[in-house]
Design a protein around this ligand. Structure first.
Ligand code: DON
Length: 320
């Protein structure tokens, strides 16, 4: 086919990344301090902390991978990016009367602000906010249909219908999610849930149990680097201004009370999950997924953050 300027530019990026990614994998393999794997449910507690994967999708839709990039892991809170995108598509800016857009400075599962602020969660990425978003997606449907809609949306973004919900993770989340139940009940008591807390929690816990590889996740995040364009069909799935706003929320709230430190060290919008994954967006240039199961104090991947810091510094990738 014909080469455009951007293809040639991505060709250059391609070659540099092809050298860099295996090197980062090697550096991370030698790290002794790897953080703590999430222990609140058995299916996450058994994950090998030595795992490390990275995938980068460039504008021309080429994918570079290294390490365990094709092994599936629990994406957990990274799913909140996809559920927010879907909910914005349904409600538009009306959504912001039910959930805020400020970093919380608290842990992802904190309940303290919710009572003070009359049941309006600080942002859509803390658990309380994501539970409100799950309520929007549930609408008048059954939980099963809402879960199916989220799954199909992620499959379509990644152009990969092998992506699935891990039943064992979902069941374990449901069986142990008492703090989330407290959040959902407080939201309901404040009039900020239309549906029953148990139904909303069913949707929320299943979206957290989405299982994806770094390759699939980086592909699913591509629309945020391309101004909302689908990587394969080139159709506009989301308006460009919406991708900018979702990215802004990732930058300010994507790592909970570690968001400031992440912006300081890495400098691009990103969303973490307690499964050890991080989806990072270099606007107009690349979508990156990393996975290392060991977490830091804030529940964000320790080596995933470090790998992104190294990669973005070497590539000179930053929004600043
Ligand atoms: O809802 C929860 O608390 C778990 N499913 C974990 C969510 C999560 O990934 C928080 N992030 N770092």
């Amino acid at each position: 086919g014909q080469h455009t300027d951007s293809d040639l530019a991505d060709g250059g990026l391609n070659a540099r990344l092809a050298g860099m990614l295996p090197d980062i994998v090697q550096q991370m393999a030698s790290r002794v301090e790897r953080g703590e794997v999430a222990r609140y449910i058995p299916p996450l507690a058994r994950i090998d902390p030595r795992k490390f994967g990275i995938a980068v999708v460039l504008r021309d839709n080429s994918v570079l991978v290294a390490g365990d990039a094709d092994e599936e892991f629990s994406i957990q809170s990274i799913s909140k990016v996809f559920s927010l995108t879907l909910a914005l598509g349904k409600k538009g800016d009306g959504l912001w009367s039910r959930v805020g857009r400020e970093p919380s400075g608290d842990a992802f599962n904190s309940i303290v602000l919710l009572e003070h602020e009359k049941g309006v969660p600080r942002n859509p990425f803390i658990n309380a906010g994501a539970i409100v978003i799950a309520d929007v997606l549930l609408a008048t449907h059954q939980p099963k249909e809402a879960i199916g809609e989220i799954l199909r949306f992620v499959q379509s973004l990644a152009d990969d219908d092998r992506i699935s919900v891990d039943r064992h993770v979902a069941q374990a989340e449901m069986a142990t999610g008492f703090a989330n139940a407290a959040l959902a009940n407080l939201l309901k008591a404040n009039g900020n849930l239309d549906n029953l807390p148990t139904h909303v929690l069913g949707v929320y816990h299943h979206q957290c149990a989405l299982s994806m590889s770094c390759r699939q996740l980086a592909r699913a995040g591509f629309f945020l680097t391309s101004g909302g364009r689908h990587p394969v069909t080139c159709r506009q799935v989301v308006a460009p201004e919406r991708t900018r706003r979702i990215s802004a929320l990732m930058m300010t709230c994507g790592h909970y009370d570690g968001s400031g430190d992440f912006a300081f060290r890495v400098g691009v919008p990103a969303k973490s999950g307690v499964g050890g994954g991080i989806l990072a967006i270099v606007p107009g240039i690349a979508s990156i997924a990393v996975w290392s199961p060991g977490l830091n104090q804030q529940g964000n991947s320790l080596l995933g953050t470090e790998a992104l810091e190294i990669l973005c510094r070497q590539m000179n990738w930053s929004v600043f």
